[in-house]
Write a protein that binds this ligand. Structure first.
Ligand code: 0RQ
Length: 507
């Protein structure tokens, strides 16, 4: 409602989504907020999509370039892709319709580390942004923007766009005010200074985003929920993965190498990542802390249960039930949650300083510990790298988790060579499947291969992997280099077999 706009002058800018969409022209470059199904505009994308459809019916071109924080939702990425209105998209998505548009070649997609986004916007790498579209939970007396459930790249979007359109969403809890910590001083080299954050829960900025009132060309009032996808209940496979990580961390605590409160935890997207957090509920740790990009149900429940002291994220991505628990307990949570720009949540300097324990899911790993997070069979985009690389390279521990098979056993998640390469053997420290865990630290490629094959692969594929490795060793010896044994023409044959027969196993 209009009460959420406390700045009198800005109330005059309120209009319908259709009126606001009139500012968006064919070919424009838009910075649109949204991060893992939170904080994205709810009304304007549909109005823009309708405008695109009408233009296409008239035989005219209409499409936009679109840089977000991360993934949005069907009523943002989905409707725009469905209207064939997105010619460029970055840096992360997970919407089925947009994914199809990318894989069909209709949308050019740049999949990139989230920590790089704001500095590349600032540098002008994407050209001028015409309009920033921002979701807010309110506007202060001074005209400052109170973000909603996520910040992502909003600070930079407002700074670098010519004009700003704000969606003020009354369905977002007004109690979000004060939970954000906006630090926008990262700047560009050679004038950068250390980011003054030394504890995961330090506040270093303001609780709102500054925005010059004359930049705002429209405000749209909305009243709709975030994506709020449900998580699958943790199944046997994810619980076995979670149990091994927890056992390992417990072992490190007992050996005196980690404090009982561990180190700040980062948890990736998806069901398995959420299950690991759920597993920590009954684990023998206390006063846990979180420093993550997306905070899902699992971490919220750790805080509500008193297991986790506090957590920092750039977005809150809850199932409908968890959203209810969040709203019911917002006063309790007020001094236990901080939302930051993604340039801070994913910042390599801070991840390294704090010593984050990173846990991310993967599509596949190879026997040497290289990880593919993004591509199915080497060519088909799933979601994107998101922040997984930021945490993998810079974290204190980096775990990669996956069931050992996919598609009912027809695909092995452990393969001779990854079909696309996101995280290198130099960064990945632990691989965990329901079969077991491989601690790759301090190991050579050949030592890693033994561990990954014996501990992590599914029994259906273990002999095939042993056979590949043994033959690769012989072949590479002849070729004069056995540091990382491979049979180059066979290394990707498992993927090729799946493409041709629908199964990686030899029939
Ligand atoms: O597809 O549902 O059609 O069967 O991938 O797989 O096992 O449900 O796992 O939901 O945890 O997602 C890597 C995609 C895993 C995700 C990925 C198929 C599988 C299924 C999902 P179906 P699961 P999850 C922080 C960090 C990159 C971004 C990231 C991801 C679907 O975790 O996008 O980490 N990560 N960000 O069948 C073919 C294989 C497969 C496979 C799984 N080997 N081959 N298909 N699948 N393994 C957040 C942000 O950055 C914003």
């Amino acid at each position: 409602s209009i009460d959420r706009i406390r700045h009198a002058g800005l109330r005059d800018k309120v209009m319908s989504a259709e009126q606001a969409a009139e500012f968006v022209q064919n070919g424009m470059n838009l910075a649109i907020t949204g991060f893992t199904g939170a904080g994205y505009p709810k009304a304007l994308p549909t109005a823009i999509a309708n405008k695109a459809k009408a233009a296409h019916e008239r035989g005219e071109q209409f499409s936009i370039g679109m840089v977000t924080g991360a993934s949005t939702a069907p009523e943002c990425d989905g409707v725009l892709a469905e209207a064939n209105a997105v010619h460029f998209r970055s840096p992360f998505q997970s919407d089925p319709t947009l994914r199809n548009s990318i894989n069909a070649g209709r949308t050019a997609y740049q999949d990139m580390h989230l920590s790089h986004v704001e500095q590349q916007m600032r540098q002008g790498f994407y050209g001028q942004f015409d309009i920033a579209i921002i979701e807010a939970s309110g506007i202060t007396e001074e005209g400052h923007i109170i973000p909603a459930m996520g910040i992502g790249h909003a600070v930079e979007a407002i700074k670098c766009a010519k004009h700003v359109i704000i969606e003020v969403n009354a369905a977002q809890n007004a109690g979000l005010e004060g939970m954000h910590d906006v630090y926008g001083e990262v700047g560009l080299p050679p004038h950068r200074k250390p980011i003054p954050l030394v504890g995961a829960f330090d506040r270093i900025g303001t609780p709102y985003i500054e925005c010059a009132a004359d930049k705002v060309i429209a405000i749209v009032l909305t009243n709709g929920g975030d994506r709020n996808s449900k998580f699958a209940d943790p199944d046997d496979v994810s619980m076995r993965i979670a149990a091994q990580i927890i056992d390992f961390l417990d072992h490190e605590v007992k050996a005196g190498r980690l404090p009982k409160s561990l180190l700040p935890l980062q948890s990736g997207v998806g069901n398995v990542a959420n299950a690991v957090m759920a597993g920590l509920l009954d684990a023998p740790f206390e006063d846990l802390t979180g420093y993550t990009e997306v905070l899902q149900d699992g971490m919220l429940d750790l805080i509500l249960a008193g297991k986790m002291k506090h957590a920092s994220a750039t977005a809150l991505s809850f199932s409908p039930d968890a959203l209810q628990r969040f709203n019911d307990n917002i006063e309790f949570l007020r001094d236990k949650l901080i939302l930051r720009p993604m340039e801070i949540s994913n910042n390599p300097e801070i991840i390294r300083r704090l010593g984050i324990i990173g846990m991310n899911a993967m599509i596949e790993a190879d026997i040497y510990g290289n990880v593919n997070s993004t591509h199915v069979m080497g060519t088909k985009m799933m979601n994107g790298i998101g922040g997984s690389g930021d945490f993998t390279r810079n974290g204190f521990f980096s775990f990669y988790v996956s069931p050992s098979t996919a598609k009912g056993g027809a695909i092995s998640s452990i393969v001779p060579m990854v079909s696309h390469h996101d995280h290198t053997e130099h960064d990945v420290m632990f691989i965990v499947t329901e079969q077991g865990m491989a601690d790759l630290r301090g190991k050579s490629p050949k030592q890693r291969a033994k561990l990954i094959i014996e501990n992590c692969s599914h029994p259906d594929y273990r002999d095939m992997l042993r056979d590949y490795y043994d033959r690769a060793l012989a072949v590479s010896e002849k070729a004069g280099g056995i540091h990382t044994p491979h049979i180059l023409l066979e290394a990707l044959s498992w993927h090729q077999r799946f493409v041709e027969t629908g199964d990686m196993r030899i029939k």
